[in-house]
Design a protein around this ligand. Structure first.
Ligand code: HEC
Ligand code: HEC
Length: 336
């Protein structure tokens, strides 16, 4: 009995390998690839990072957390043109999504942080964002016994450091990937996952040249490109893009191409947040990047395709944060 069983199993395995490689061969021809679910190497580290991500005590006024501007109930953004920071500070630039940001070449619109860990220290100490200092933030964590114990369990040391804080936050962010979008199901061979309109939208997206910049698993995130290739983009934003990092004039108005994964949720669009709707964003892109004008019908098809890129959103139990202790500095939100 057991022999034929093993044999037939082998046949099934061989057949599924063959069909998987067929599917892969088909995928290879597409400029966009499906994304895989996150594999967490160190769950305890990511769990600690999740708490820190939600903890407003990392901000000077004890009120703003990473989740304030990258709300995981809203596609990892704040859905505002530009963010509101410490003291209702008007942010200079639109808050990009943290979803799938681990796939990007670098972090920020101008790529000034090389990875998620390098990025995570920025907002805590940015006077316009969380407005704390690394010393203050670490001091707060060190005053909370349950945090000290959790850091010790994860890192094996008694002292909390900013390096550990940013490592943990980055590990949590690496879990924020969104597989299983309808588009990915379609790419993997489920031809019913997209309707005719959405498929026509994808064809337009490819044939019009959008994929020159928006490609790969994240449908972007892998290069810097000029905003306004064919026609200058008009904006009142002072952001200069990549030249702020490289100092090269040729990099002026080059921005990291944003991921279009979950773009249905991450409005408003562009670094200045000036495009309120996907319809606007698609029309502007066609015009300034490609010198094209879509009809309303074509635009609607491209938008329908883009909405098929919404994947499984992060889903987990809301982290319950350890309470402050008697020695934790009190938040003083109204102290000037
Ligand atoms: C006050 C709002 C605000 C807070 C709080 C905030 N961010 Fe951001 N975040 C932004 C804005 C705005 C940008 C874009 C800045 C830029 O590109 O110059 C950004 C960029 C990022 C990026 C880069 C994404 C990309 O695609 O380039 C990541 C990752 C990120 N933030 C994570 C965090 C983490 C982690 C925290 C908490 C430690 C945090 N943010 C706190 C507003 C905020
Ligand atoms: C030459 C490269 C290039 C081409 C071609 C291009 N894009 Fe973009 N796309 C970008 C860059 C760069 C940005 C960010 C610009 C900014 O914010 O200033 C962007 C932003 C977007 C956004 C807004 C995303 C967000 O989160 O803010 C959408 C939507 C978009 N593109 C769709 C398209 C579509 C649809 C096409 C084809 C009609 C297209 N793009 C063609 C480079 C390109």
């Amino acid at each position: 009995m057991s022999k034929p069983c093993i044999l037939s199993l082998a046949v099934v395995v061989a057949a599924s390998i063959a069909s998987a490689s067929l599917a892969n061969a088909a995928n290879n021809k597409e400029p966009i690839q499906p994304i895989a679910a996150a594999k967490t190497q160190n769950p305890a580290l990511a769990e600690l990072g999740k708490k820190l991500y939600f903890d407003p005590r990392l901000s000077r006024y004890g009120f703003i957390s990473c989740n304030s501007c990258h709300n995981l109930s809203m596609g990892g953004t704040d859905n505002l043109k530009t963010s509101i920071g410490h003291n209702w500070n008007q942010g200079p630039i639109n808050s990009p999504t943290v979803l799938n940001s681990s796939m990007s070449v670098a972090q920020f619109w101008d790529g000034r942080a090389k990875d998620l860990k390098a990025q995570a220290g920025g907002p805590i100490a940015n006077p316009g964002e969380m407005a704390s200092t690394h010393d203050l933030a670490v001091g707060v964590l060190q005053s909370i016994p349950a945090y000290v114990a959790e850091f010790k369990a994860v890192f094996g040391a008694d002292k909390v450091t900013i390096d550990e804080v940013t490592k943990a936050i980055a590990a949590f962010e690496e879990t924020l990937v969104t597989p299983n979008s309808r588009f990915d199901k379609w790419l993997k061979g489920d031809k019913k996952a997209l309707n005719v309109n959405e498929q026509a939208g994808y064809k337009l997206f490819k044939d019009s040249g959008c994929v020159a910049c928006h490609n790969g698993p994240a449908v972007g995130g892998n290069s810097y490109q000029k905003m306004g290739v064919v026609e200058p983009y008009k904006t009142t934003s002072k952001a200069e893009g990549r030249s702020a990092v490289t100092g090269k004039d040729a990099d002026r108005f080059n921005f990291k191409v944003p991921t279009l994964r979950n773009v249905e949720l991450t409005y408003p669009y562009f670094h200045d947040g000036e495009a309120a709707t996907l319809k606007d964003a698609v029309n502007t892109m066609a015009k300034v990047q490609l010198g094209k004008k879509f009809t309303d019908e074509e635009n609607a098809k491209v938008v329908a395709f883009l909405k098929s890129l919404t994947g499984d959103q992060p889903s987990f139990k809301l982290p319950i944060l350890p309470p402050s202790s008697d020695s934790t500095p009190q938040p003083q939100p109204f102290k000037k």
